[in-house]
Design a protein around this ligand. Sequence first.
Ligand SMILES: [Zn+2]
Length: 138
Amino acid sequence: MDNKTPQQRYNETHRRERSEYGKKYHWDNRERCNQYAREYRQKQKAIVIEHYSNGTNQCKHCGFKDARTLQIDHIEGGGEIHRSKITQYFYTYLIKNEFPSGLQVLCANCQQIKMHNNNERYKCGRKPKYGKEGFVFE
Ligand SMILES: [Zn+2]
């Protein structure tokens, strides 16, 4: 006998029904699901920002504190390439990988200025193209 719950055994033998049920549940409860996902991402981001700012929750360069603008910056650049290799939510990845080094907290303005000054943009070779949907990577 395995250690699976009756629910897990049912899910294995009724994959299609389970998948259909999951899709229907998500569609019928999309507001709730989206809200949950939003709150989950905000909590993950707060944990990461707190860690990389040593508990100050502010931009390392200018001290700006609005959490909506705080971002994780790759100190040596190369963030686009690094993030393009990560398939999960970036903040979740950082937590699961025990906060890799080489990162810091900057506000959006300071990060843009740093990227501009260091000519860090589009080093991954994916230049964005402006189209009907806004900026998209080719
Ligand atoms: Zn700043």
